[in-house]
Design a protein around this ligand. Structure first.
Ligand SMILES: [Zn+2]
Length: 128
């Protein structure tokens, strides 16, 4: 039996949902769908510079899952830029949230998690 997909938490709301090469009508372009969780992984890792541990905690997924989402997102963006595709953003199993800061009881390092699930979390710094 497949495991249910764990809900991914995202805090970004993009200002534009479609990107395309200038000068080519949208209907003449192949369109790549970038899901909301893929965009969030790009935002956290590549725009904010979060580590994969930090990004995973913010999205409430495991570090390997975060790495896979990020890899998919980068591949899609690279494909759009290199091959001249349009990108549409949307979809994906996500919950919109704000982040809240929590602090590790052992190493005292702060990090951020979705506000709605700010309970028992593994510290991304010392793994406590
Ligand atoms: Zn810690």
């Amino acid at each position: 039996m497949p495991r249910p997909v764990k809900q991914r938490y995202i805090a970004c709301r993009p200002r534009a949902l479609t990107f395309k090469p200038a000068g080519i009508p949208l209907h003449d372009l192949a369109i790549i769908l970038l899901t909301s969780d893929e965009l969030e992984a790009l935002r956290l890792a590549d725009l904010l510079g979060d580590s994969q541990e930090e990004g995973a905690a913010k999205m409430n997924v495991s570090r390997p899952t975060f790495g896979r989402i990020l890899q998919r997102a980068r591949k899609k963006v690279a494909e759009a830029l290199v091959l001249g595709r349009a990108i549409e953003i949307g979809g994906g199993e996500v919950i919109r949230t704000q982040h809240t800061r929590v602090r590790c009881g052992r190493c005292r390092q702060p990090w951020e998690v979705p506000a709605s699930v700010a309970t028992a979390f593994r510290c991304p710094h010392c793994r406590h």
